[in-house]
Write a new protein. Structure first.
Length: 424
């Protein structure tokens, strides 16, 4: 084994890591007398230490001010969501007017399809990836049926064409070209949840728009993971959750992007009072006048208690910056990949693309010997305090998150896997 794959080298990288101080900003579940080795930030991010204080501040305002909490202080509830707007825009590469924190991901997806999925008899179809996250598939199938069309013909799924189950850019391009005249919407993930594959979103947007289709992006596994450039890539909309890499807690308020070219467009939408323009919202008049930009798609006043942990996490993203987080992420996954190839090549198969530009923080792994052996390894790791997550039918996902994971923890995963395989 080369020096660069040694535990001592990992410890050296940890000592020199410019982001190492951020680990102390998070709470780790205990495992015996030590912290759990936590590789599941792609499913639920750890709790930021300052989240409790942020939530407590809201509770104290509620206790001490009641309704006046809406109008008192810098963190007043009337404008509370604006405290996350600019940092969130920086995380996703957007203008502040293009983003809003609201609802949950699937709710936002449906709301966006009200405006951007406008099927006709000639152009009724939605294109997604085969094996899409179930909620996305349920949403698009139900929207197709709602408009009177048939998912059997109008839900187009692009099948993987690469050996490990990834989808090549060529396959995406062929599908968009083949079905282009029938496409009303292309809905594509930033990162495929099971394989961990990341996509060239700007190119997908370009190809779909060239065929006259609208484009939406599901960024659940991309936000806070990849460097995004939503404004420049110019999809029509994007939706995401904040409980994964954005560390805002279970069931956290989600996020939404609407490109500025639609800021004042007269698009169909389901309207609610908090989407009404701010200057006249409290006149309580019957006519709906939307706020320009993404905030005009809001329905209800924002959930302040749910926004508070997101605010805490975004403060840490402001400190770190996405470029630095992405650099460390590439280093972490490269080391993990190299360790697996050097020490576990006959035990683990890498499902995620090997090229750094085609993946984020997550490596999806398949255990040689089939599902039962894969599940056995997963349970062994969990019992040892090394937590990844399991995705049916046979994938273990390991996500070293640059905000709080260390290089030395990669060795812990490898050593425990070796122990399970009977090599230590």
């Amino acid at each position: 084994m080369t020096e660069t794959l040694s535990r001592s080298h990992a410890l050296t990288l940890d000592a020199a890591d410019p982001l190492r101080h951020l680990r102390a900003e998070f709470l780790f579940p205990p495992h015996g007398d030590a912290d759990q080795t936590y590789f599941v930030g792609n499913s639920l991010g750890l709790q930021p230490l300052r989240a409790k204080a942020m939530v407590q501040q809201v509770l104290d305002q509620w206790a001490g001010l009641a309704v006046e909490g809406h109008f008192t202080g810098q963190a007043q509830w009337m404008t509370y969501q604006e405290l996350v707007t600019e940092p969130l825009a920086r995380v996703v590469g957007a203008l502040p007017s293009e983003v809003v924190a609201m609802n949950s991901l699937s709710v936002n997806l449906h709301l966006m399809m009200v405006g951007f999925y406008r099927p006709t008899r000639e152009r009724p179809a939605i294109l997604i990836e085969a094996g899409a996250f179930p909620s996305d598939r349920h949403a698009v199938e139900s929207q197709i049926r709602f408009h009177g069309f048939d998912p059997a013909t109008d839900l187009i799924e692009v099948e993987p064409d690469e050996a490990t189950g990834s989808v090549s850019m060529a396959a995406i391009e062929r599908a968009i070209a083949e079905h282009g005249p029938r496409l009303a919407l292309v809905l594509w993930p930033g990162v495929q949840y099971r394989t961990g594959q990341a996509f060239d979103l700007g190119e997908i947007v370009r190809l779909a728009h060239a065929q006259g289709a609208a484009v939406g992006l599901d960024l659940a596994h991309a936000v806070g993971n990849l460097e995004l450039s939503l404004h420049d890539d110019a999809p029509d909309f994007a939706v995401w959750c904040h409980y994964k890499y954005l560390n805002a807690g279970p069931g956290a308020v989600a996020g939404c992007f609407v490109h500025e070219r639609h800021a004042r467009a007269d698009l169909p939408r389901f309207a609610g009072w908090w989407g009404h323009e701010k200057q006249t919202r409290f006149r309580m008049e019957p006519q709906f006048v939307p706020t320009p930009g993404a905030e005009g798609w809001q329905l209800s006043n924002p959930p302040i208690l749910s926004l508070a942990p997101l605010r805490a996490s975004l403060e840490l993203f402001e400190q770190a910056g996405m470029p630095a987080l992405r650099r460390k992420s590439v280093q972490l996954t490269a080391m993990l990949q190299a360790l697996i190839q050097a020490r576990l090549a006959d035990v683990l198969e890498l499902v995620t693309p090997a090229e750094p530009e085609r993946r984020g923080s997550q490596l999806s792994l398949r255990v040689a010997g089939g599902r039962e052996r894969g599940r056995a390894l997963f349970e062994h790791l969990r019992a040892a305090g090394v937590l990844g997550d399991w995705r049916e039918p046979d994938v273990i996902r390991i996500a070293p998150v640059p905000m709080y994971n260390r290089f030395a923890e990669l060795h812990r995963f490898v050593e425990e896997t070796e122990a399970w395989a009977g090599r230590s």
